[in-house]
Design a protein around this ligand. Sequence first.
Ligand SMILES: [Zn+2]
Length: 277
Amino acid sequence: MTVNNIENEKPEEMNSEDNVEKESKVYEYFEAVDKSIKPRIEEELKILYELCKIDEDLKDIDDEKGDLPDRISEQKVTLDKIWEELDSKTAELAKLKDEEGSLRKTIKKGEDKIAKYDEQKYNAKSNKEYDTIMKSIDTQYETIEKGEKRLKDLSEIEEILSNEIQELRASSDEISADLKSNEDSLQELDEKYSQEELELKNKKEKLTVRLEDHIKKLYERINKTMKGSAVAVVRRGNCSGCFNSIPPQREIEIRSAAKLYTCQSCGRILVDEKLIG
Ligand SMILES: [Zn+2]
C-alpha cells in the first residue's frame, strides 16, 4: 500500500531506483504547492491527528447508542415478516370459514330434503317410485356424511391456524413494545448528542477539505476499518495503536516527515509524538 508520498512502515528497504522515482514523484507533486515537502506533510499529519480525535469522539457517541440502531432495524424487519404471515394466515382462515359456512348450508339442505323424502315415501304409488325416493335419501345421506367429514378436518385446521395467529399476534405485540422502547431510547440519545455530533461533523468537514485528495481517501479507508482510530502516535519506538515496535531508522524517517507512513502491523497512519506536542 504505497500512494505517492505514503509508505507502509516496513523494515525492508526498496531498491534505490524505486526510491529515487518515488521521491522525485513526491517532490514534483508538492513542489507546486510548497517549496519543501516537510512543512506540507507535517501539516497533513497534524490535520489527520485532529481528524482522528474527532472521529474518536464520534465513535464514542455511536458506542453510547450501542446496537440500538441495528436492533431497531432488525425488529422492523421481523415485524414486517410477522405481519405478512399474519395477513396470509388470517386470509386463509377466512377462506376456511367461508367453506365451513357453505358446507353447513349444504348439510342443512340435505337434512331438509331427507325429511321431505321421508314423508313422500309413504305416499309412493309404486315400488319403483319408492325405490327412487329411497335412493335420493341415500344420496343425501352420502352428501351429509362427506360434508361432516370435511367439517371435522376444517375444524382441526382452523384450530391450528387460530393458535398460530394468536402466537403471531403475541410476538408482534411483544416486539412492537420493545421496538417502541428502543426507539424512545435512541431518540433521547439523538437529542442529547445531536448538537455535539453536528459540531464534530462540521469541524471534520473543515479539516477534511484541507487535506490532499489521496490522503483524505487513505484516511477514510483506514478509518472505516479502524473505526475512529486511523492515526497512531509513535511513542518510545512503538505504535500507540497496536504497540508494535518500529525500527529506529524508520522512526527517524517518520519524524523527518518526508512521507506518510502507515504501521505495517495495524495499518494506522503514524505520527511522531513530537509533532503533536
Ligand atoms: Zn500499529
